[in-house]
Write a new protein. Structure first.
Length: 397
């Protein structure tokens, strides 16, 4: 079973030049995630940092186990601290006007250029391609998370060869004969699986999943995250698949294979699976594939009570929490055990009121885990899964 992505086939490489050294696979990217020496990267997010389409850059700035993020490139927010833009708290990662400024003023020489914008159409603009070529000329290896694969472009690969750099297409799947179909073995696992799903795209599911894993690990619980998108893989999550780039016939099987591999190699106490999109959202089918592939024992639902409409769809109203919970229950029979919040468009008072209303309506713990921590959500998970609660008690004694 192959649960990791490869950037191109050997035949394609040889069409460009008789060498395989150009290509860096996302397998290699994930395999080095545990390295004690992080490579340095710049993240390109022109015009989108802190916004919905900047979610890849946003995620990398918040957490990366593979790269030390030296700076973000976004001329609209140049001169600001990226942490202040995202969360109101400085993190020391500056935002630069352009690549030249980033290279000139950075405190270390970067090795990688990460394309951190995630537009709905998954394609590069002419300006994007220009900057990528510029980065290669500066000797930077290219990390791409879009659906448009740079390794299929002869002009890009000739340039990479000339500049002596690698190009990685995080989302590019393995050939179909190497992909896995669903077997049902995941349903026999003793380890509980919790899916962090949402009512919309780019709403904070990956961030919440990361925080939950960190909080569980901090109390001695062996928790693992399964990444299902390009950002989690770029961050260095050791197990996962870019599920929206895998043919539908194999998507559930590839996710199942990644979960089984993680269970076999790490013997976790709990697995947290990152969600994508929303089950109710007609533009994103990946949520249904994630549910099928992981067969969750519980669901944590992420919601943005102040978001007026679906992301990228101004004429499509946001899903109601009740309707999403009911849809999830009907689709997979699994209960939502907690609600996590994204505070966008709300001040602290409005957010507190919205959260209290949801607590009263559903009788579930509700938390903005970025601002408030995950204690109430973790307590609910311990109550939901007795084996975790028992392990926690043993660790406390």
């Amino acid at each position: 079973m192959n649960t990791k992505l490869t950037p191109t086939t050997e035949a394609q490489i040889h069409q460009i030049d008789q060498t395989s050294l150009l290509q860096a696979s996302s397998s290699a990217l994930m395999d080095t995630a545990a390295s004690t020496t992080l490579e340095t990267a710049l993240v390109y997010c022109e015009g989108n940092f802190g916004e919905m389409d900047g979610k890849t850059a946003n995620g990398l700035v918040r957490a990366s186990y593979r790269f030390r993020i030296q700076g973000v490139i976004d001329s609209d927010k140049a001169g600001l601290d990226s942490g202040t833009v995202l969360d109101g708290k400085a993190n020391g990662i500056p935002i630069y006007r352009d690549l030249n400024q980033a290279l000139r003023e950075g405190d270390a020489e970067p090795t990688h250029f990460i394309f951190g914008v995630a537009p709905l159409d998954g394609q590069f603009s002419a300006k994007d391609r220009y900057v990528i070529f510029q980065a290669m000329e500066k000797g930077l290896h290219i990390i791409n998370g879009l659906h448009e694969f740079l390794t299929n472009d002869d002009s890009v690969m000739r340039k990479a060869l000339t500049c002596g750099v690698t190009v990685t297409d995080i989302r590019k799947p393995a050939p179909s004969h190497e992909l896995s179909v669903f077997t049902g073995q995941v349903m026999k696992m003793a380890c509980p699986r919790v899916a962090v799903l949402g009512t919309d795209t780019a709403i904070g599911k990956r961030t919440t999943a990361t925080i939950l894993v960190q909080a569980l690990q901090a109390m001695g619980i062996n928790a693992l995250m399964i990444a299902t998108g390009q950002t989690g893989l770029m961050q260095g999550t050791p197990y996962g698949v870019a599920i929206d780039a895998i043919p539908a016939q194999f998507a559930a099987g590839e996710l199942e294979a990644a979960i089984l591999k993680a269970d076999r190699e790490q013997q976790p106490d709990i697995i947290i699976v990152e969600g994508q999109g929303a089950l109710s959202h007609p533009a994103y089918s990946s949520s249904s594939l994630i549910i099928r592939g992981c067969v969750p024992d519980a669901i944590v639902l992420q919601h943005a009570p102040g978001r007026p409409h679906r992301g990228d769809f101004p004429d499509m109203p946001m899903a109601d929490v009740r309707s999403e919970i009911d849809l999830l229950k009907a689709f997979c029979g699994t209960d939502v055990v907690a609600l996590t919040m994204n505070p966008e468009h709300l001040d602290s008072e409005q957010m507190a009121q919205a959260m209290q209303e949801l607590r009263s309506q559903f009788g579930l713990p509700v938390a903005d885990v970025v601002a408030q921590g995950a204690d109430s959500i973790i307590t609910q998970l311990l109550e939901t899964f007795p084996a975790l609660r028992q392990k926690r008690k043993r660790l406390q004694n």
